[in-house]
Design a protein around this ligand. Sequence first.
Ligand code: COA
Length: 162
Amino acid sequence: MRHCIYPGTFDPITYGHLDVLARAAKLFDRVTVAVAENAGKAPLFTAAQRLEMIAPNVAKWPHVTVTTFSGLLVEFCLQQKADAIIRGLRALSDFEFEFNMALMNRHLEPKVETLFVMPNEQFSYTSSSLVKQVATFGGDVRHFVPPNVAVALKGAFAPGRG
Ligand code: COA
């Protein structure tokens, strides 16, 4: 049984994240999407809301589950008895951050391997922040996020909210 963790802030999840997940779902017997509670990014959505937005989009894969976590990622991986962490590399600009994170995680826990996959190039410029920025000004984000996420973004940025 090979089990991997796909961690992230997912504020919110995008089609780019789901592309990485589809690749992980093909490679592993079990995949856990781990929504970071304490990402220090002042997320727009609470961890519970982010999880709720992800759940219907992973329901088609019986071996994929979604949960939240706090604290160190490698500790969570050990708790979950996971073999690996999977992350996506959209472009060269992701490399340095991901490389440092993978090496730090390896230093903290050598048993947990980090693997990288490349999402489809159509997602190379997709990011949660850009999607939120477009949504803030009422732009159409349906190309980048699943329908339930587009609805949640519309609600979050509706006139008169926060
Ligand atoms: N498609 C679309 N966007 C993607 C993407 C993809 N395939 N891959 C990354 N991104 C974007 C996200 O949209 C997000 O954009 P934003 O910065 O504009 O919001 C950004 O890249 C990264 O977000 P995400 O993939 O959600 O993950 P993250 O980098 O925020 O996650 C954790 C970081 C949670 C994995 C990391 O902070 C962590 O492990 N925290 C726990 C504490 C810990 O152990 N720290 C030590 C680690 S060394």
